[in-house]
Design a protein around this ligand. Structure first.
Ligand code: SAH
Ligand code: SF4
Length: 382
């Protein structure tokens, strides 16, 4: 079987080159060809020895994902649906803004956490993506857009791991992917501009801090354990007190001096002023932290409804009142702006409606195509 070079960070690629009898530094050249120049053929890599290229050709591949569909929004947002085999599909979203380009990347096909307000969670878990499949989303988007816009310079400046899946439940594939995103020989994304969003896999927050301390967003959604147990079932394993300690610890290595907390506004569920007060209390210092408490920025997300959830988004007035309660307690709070609304129609809908947009062959083989929720993104977070 051919080795997919998108699966390697620079260190692993160096090991691999060494195993082929090449000098380790050759890996840097190869890595640049792949990630900085978007090369897919070894023939193009003219500064590598012909013998090395022949060897690469016979053992390796640079394996792209198959595009099932692409939607362009009027505001410039682009959404790709990729086939990852066996009836699974994942989604990647590009959000252009004046001063940056953000890519929202998936880490798993489906998700095992099962949050009640999340369409991915309702569909269940299919499988982890490999490092190569995580990176192929960035590799493809960056080089496709560069070619389309005829711009030699970097298009994607910010990355959010907020697509399908729980990134910290696929840590071994995630870590090399993050290292490649950060590498100056690849995408050179700054740690502040690379955000991992998690529902709270506590032990992996600590590991992330050691291996690749990027910006952290925690999907909180509730200010007490009883409610969070219902909304984010992982809370039963890692309750709020543990999550809070992990966040405080993470701040000592984080590229920013706050943690972003995401809070999806669900009518009559988690959106009362009592909940807001409880949240303020949760962020305040506890007796062992004399001063700071948990420095956090709260990002209120309007719930994107889908039929199976049985949930409704809080009204604008409720969101405003909730946000005001936090702001007047001195907590930085933003309400997530949405992008790509006109191509949002497919999101949160049932698989069959996605199938209609795919070709006949795909339609026959796709039984489990899962549309995503993360079409609506995040200006304030970035
Ligand atoms: N699994 C990770 C990252 C992917 S989800 C996590 O949960 O953080 C990315 C964000 O989208 C999370 O904050 C999640 O809570 C939010 N989200 C999921 N379903 C949503 C929906 N239907 N409406 C609005 N936000 C949603
Ligand atoms: Fe998984 Fe995140 Fe959706 Fe929860 S919100 S089910 S953790 S993708």
């Amino acid at each position: 079987m051919l080795v997919n070079l998108l699966d390697f960070d620079l260190e692993h690629l160096s090991d691999y080159c060494e195993s082929l009898g090449e000098k380790r530094f050759r890996a840097t050249q190869l890595f640049r060809w792949i990630h900085q120049r978007g090369a897919q053929n070894f023939d193009q890599m003219t500064d590598l020895a012909k013998s090395f290229r022949v060897q690469l050709e016979s053992h390796c591949t640079i394996s792209p994902l198959k595009v099932l569909s692409r939607q362009n929004s009027k505001d410039g947002t682009i959404k790709w649906l990729f086939d990852v085999g066996a009836g699974d599909a994942i989604e990647t979203v590009f959000i252009p803004e004046e001063d940056r380009g953000t890519l929202c990347i998936s880490s798993q096909a489906g998700c095992a956490v099962g949050c009640v307000f999340c369409s991915t969670g309702h569909q269940g878990f299919s499988r982890n993506l490999s490092t190569g499949e995580i990176l192929a989303q960035l590799w493809f988007a960056e080089h496709t857009l560069r070619a389309e816009l005829d711009r030699p310079e970097r298009i994607i400046s910010n990355i959010v791991m907020m697509g399908m899946g729980e990134p910290l439940q696929n840590y071994s594939a995630l870590a090399p992917a993050l290292k490649t995103m950060l590498s100056d020989h690849a995408y050179g994304i700054s740690r502040r501009r690379l955000t991992v969003s998690t529902s709270g896999v506590v032990p992996m927050i600590e590991r992330l801090g050691r291996d690749a301390p990027v910006a952290l967003a925690v999907s909180l959604h509730a200010p007490n354990d009883a409610l969070r147990d219902r909304l984010v079932p992982l809370n039963k394993k890692y309750p709020l007190a543990e999550l809070r300690s992990a966040c405080v610890e993470y701040l000592s290595v984080a590229p920013r001096d706050f943690i972003t907390l995401e809070y999806c506004m669900l009518e009559g569920v988690n959106d009362s002023l009592d909940h807001a007060r409880e949240l303020v209390q949760w962020l305040r210092p506890n007796p062992s932290e004399r001063r700071v408490g948990l420095p956090a920025k709260i990002n209120l997300i309007p719930f994107n409804p889908f039929p199976a959830s049985g949930l409704v988004c809080s009204s604008n007035e409720t969101v405003k009142a909730f946000s005001q309660a936090l702001l007047s307690a001195g907590i930085v709070t933003t309400v997530r702006k949405t992008r790509g609304d006109d191509i949002d129609a497919a999101c949160g809908q049932l698989a069959g409606e996605v199938l209609d947009r795919t070709n006949v062959q795909t339609r026959m083989t796709k039984q489990k195509v899962i549309p995503l929720h993360t079409h609506k993104l995040v200006e304030s977070l970035l």
